[in-house]
Design a binder for this molecule. Structure first.
Ligand code: ASP
Length: 325
């Protein structure tokens, strides 16, 4: 009897051990959907398409971007958290959806550090303060004076409560002690269009879709919230140089799979992302757009898991008292 049992147990063990690598070996057998929780044409969408295109080559299957918009990126994130955990549905999240949103939505339907398997960081994205081109302020100092004097008229664009643009400008407004009218969009692609059309006054966003507009003069960049100037926009001062050292903010985009996605599958996705970030053409595209490419130690599931936890903690005190139900 004992013998029989142990034989059965051994058989089950062999079966399990063999089954996981086989599933991973076969993966992927069909299209992978990469959820982008914001509109097309914004930073998250752009980063997703750049790395997704290269990941398709490594994985041998198309990586298809699906824009699932709403509620500052949390709608798409809920969808991704609840998707089948087989690696065929992943999400390009960011500092908002996978960190700041925790402090902004007390009833958030997912826990970024619990309900996802981190795959890896795709890009660091410095934050720029940008305005419509015809704003009556030539630099950040003049903008501050103008924004305070016109507190009841000024309006600010963002990509919904919980988004990076919302969170970054919340920080800016709290430093300036201003309360602009807020105009939400489904992503900062459409928000940028409104800024170019001078329908909104300013926003704080990830550098990724701003560079050509700043250099082309269709919008103005007042400062970047990092310690160093951005190599893609060397003429734009840091917030410290521009007189607002307290505005220090940078964001990131990263890939996640639903909780319970088998480790060998996550590893394959992480490897494809790693290869994308090593590719000279991908690197050039990301760098030309002003993003930072994570170094080898900043990549992969473990580094992203650590980042998400520390970012949730970093934003909690900043966003305290601004909960949205
Ligand atoms: N950058 C946006 C944000 O504010 C979202 C987007 O990528 O469109 O979170």
């Amino acid at each position: 009897m004992l013998r029989l049992l142990s034989r059965a147990a051994f058989g089950a063990f062999v079966f399990a051990a063999a089954a996981i690598p086989a599933a991973a070996q076969d993966f992927p057998k069909r299209n992978i959907t990469m959820v982008v929780p914001f509109a097309a044409g914004g930073p998250t969408d752009i980063v997703a398409r750049i790395v997704g295109e290269h990941m398709s080559k490594t994985l041998g299957q198309p990586v298809i971007v699906e824009n699932v918009v709403g509620a500052g990126g949390t709608t798409g994130s809920v969808r991704a958290a609840r998707a089948q955990n087989d690696g065929y549905a992943i999400i390009m999240g960011h500092m908002g959806t996978h960190a700041a949103a925790v402090s902004l939505y007390p009833n958030l339907a997912y826990k970024p550090d619990v309900d996802f398997e981190p795959i890896g960081m795709a890009a660091g994205t410095p934050i720029l303060i940008v305005t419509r081109k015809d704003i009556p302020a030539k630099d950040l100092k003049e903008f501050v004076v103008w924004a305070k004097a016109n507190n009841d008229k000024v309006n600010m664009a963002h990509a919904g409560v919980g988004s990076v643009s919302f969170t970054s400008c919340l920080l800016l407004n709290s430093i300036l002690q201003t309360k602009p009218t807020q105009i939400p969009f489904n992503g900062t692609g459409p928000a940028l269009n409104a800024l170019v059309g001078s329908q909104v006054d300013y926003m704080c966003d990830q550098v990724v879709n701003l560079v050509p507009h700043v250099t082309g003069g269709t919008i103005k960049a007042l400062a970047v919230g990092t310690a160093e100037r951005n190599p893609a926009l060397p003429d734009v001062p840091t917030s410290k140089e521009a007189g607002l050292a307290a505005f220090q903010v940078t964001a990131w985009n990263a890939l996640f799979a639903p909780k319970g996605t088998p480790k060998p599958v996550v590893d394959k996705l992480a490897d494809a992302l790693d290869k994308a970030l090593d590719d000279p053409a991908v690197r050039k595209r990301l760098l030309d757009l002003g993003s930072d490419i994570p170094g080898k130690t900043g990549r992969g599931p473990q580094a992203l898991s650590t980042l998400v936890k520390s970012e949730i903690e970093r934003w909690a005190p900043v966003l305290k008292g601004t909960t949205i139900n």
